[in-house]
Design a protein around this ligand. Structure first.
Ligand code: LRH
Ligand code: MN
Ligand code: MN
Length: 424
């Protein structure tokens, strides 16, 4: 489906005067609003190819229809998102869920939609049809050298696909671990995993990054071999300068202080990037900001502070990705909501008066510090995010335009009501 520019312009014209009123107010409230808008225009969040279809649970999956049936259609869907919000200019592929048969043509198609390829993800948590050896008892940690070798080779294969597409990072998430005490020798599992990672790391090109994503539980329920940020950090530290920890917001034990984890990883130069989502219980993969928006803001507060302290480029020096996929929403509407929530948190964090905050911290003025952060969080920055979209030629209200244009209905007409995407 094509989203013509004149339709976006007509939508924007309808909303323009109300938008300008709100923008004028917020610009008078926030001193650096112009600089924030510029940063928002440049900020891009990668869309995972596996979030374009309705996710499911092990109890069922309820497709909404019109889901992308091929990598080409997934790129088209991300292209639609990007046309609507100008903030989804990259796609993250999961291999072998998405194998580019003709990488050159795929690259051209992505470029036509203004998209680039973000991190490529390997998959050694499932057995694929025709696969020789099983990952039932782990992949990179496995007691069997041949199984480890198969998993290493798969990762190297994924790097090759990524190089062909112009990607510059590999994300490794391992489901490796154990379900029962005694099943695994923790130290041997660690050593095997480290040696396997070293072999993969040796195949990482010089201009690439390796992201090691941690997760506390699931599918293993007693131990996970890369179970928390400390474990990931200990591996990436040993691997070298191209290896970093990836934080997926849903992968922590309840009440973990994620913003503190982020601050410390950044300080150590080992924060690689994010998988944004939200959750109430565990790895629920709900829309970013749907449950704990204050936490999302506090994370961005640390990011802005820490990245600026290290002179990092907000747009390039970390990997920004969404990782969400659930059961009840139209996935494209959900992704628009996630991107909006992330942009709002980023804008709010950029509006924090850092000099005043530092002063309050240095004077142990707890109340003032809290006031500064909560003021920023309670400020409605949506007009700034909308203005960034307007300036970039995207829609003032992407979800409303998506609905007005009946995008899902069109996709169902084109692809069929039973079209179900590959992935989780
Ligand atoms: C694991 C995870 C990881 C996978 C994705 C499908 O829970 O977050 O990032 O690659 O889900
Ligand atoms: Mn993830
Ligand atoms: Mn996850």
């Amino acid at each position: 489906m094509q989203l013509e520019k004149y339709k976006i312009d007509a939508h924007n014209n309808d909303l323009l005067s109300a938008h300008q009123r709100k923008l004028a107010f917020i610009s008078s409230e926030i001193e650096n609003s112009e600089a924030i808008i510029q940063k928002l225009v440049n900020f891009q969040i990668a869309i995972p190819s596996w979030a374009l279809g309705t996710g499911g649970t092990r109890f069922g999956r309820f497709s909404g229809g019109g889901e992308p049936r091929s990598l080409e259609e997934k790129i088209e869907d991300v292209g639609l998102l990007h046309a609507l919000n100008n903030s989804s200019g990259a796609i993250s592929l999961h291999i072998p869920w998405d194998i580019p048969q003709n990488p050159q043509a795929i690259k051209v198609l992505a470029a036509q939609h203004g998209l680039r390829f973000d991190a490529v993800n390997s998959n050694t948590f499932q057995d694929q049809p025709g696969q020789e050896k099983t990952y039932k008892f782990g992949s990179l940690q496995n007691v069997n050298r041949d199984i480890r070798k198969q998993a290493i080779e798969h990762n190297i294969e994924v790097i090759k696909h990524g190089i062909e597409l112009g990607s510059d990072s590999l994300t490794i998430w391992l489901s490796d671990g154990s379900c029962f005490p005694g099943q695994l020798n923790f130290r041997k599992a660690y050593q095997n995993t480290l040696e396997s990672l070293e072999e993969i790391y040796a195949a990482i090109p010089d201009n690439w990054k390796l992201f090691l994503e941690y997760k506390a539980f699931e599918p293993n329920f007693y131990s996970t071999t890369v179970g928390d940020w400390g474990q990931s950090y200990s591996y990436v530290k040993k691997l070298g300068d191209k290896a970093f920890t990836l934080v997926d917001l849903g992968h922590h034990l309840p009440n973990a202080n994620i913003e503190q984890i982020v601050a410390l990883l950044l300080m150590e130069g080992k924060l690689g990037g994010f998988h944004f989502n939200d959750s109430k219980y565990g790895d629920d993969d709900l829309t970013a900001g749907a449950i704990k928006p204050y936490q999302l803001f506090l994370i961005f507060n640390e990011l802005v502070d820490g990245m600026d302290a290290r002179g990092m480029d907000h747009t390039k020096d970390l990997g920004w990705m969404i990782d969400a996929s659930h059961n009840v929403k139209d996935p494209l509407e959900d992704l628009l909501q996630s991107v909006e929530a992330i942009m709002m948190s980023y804008a709010q964090a950029l509006s924090v008066d850092r000099i005043a905050l530092n002063k309050a911290q240095d004077e142990n003025d707890v109340v003032a510090a809290q006031e500064i952060l909560q003021n920023a969080f309670r400020t409605d920055v949506r007009p700034l995010v909308a203005e960034a979209r307007l300036r970039a030629g995207a829609a003032l209200n992407p979800v409303a335009l998506y609905r007005n244009l009946k995008v899902r209905e069109n996709l169902i007409n084109e692809r069929g009501a039973k079209a179900v995407s590959t992935g989780l």
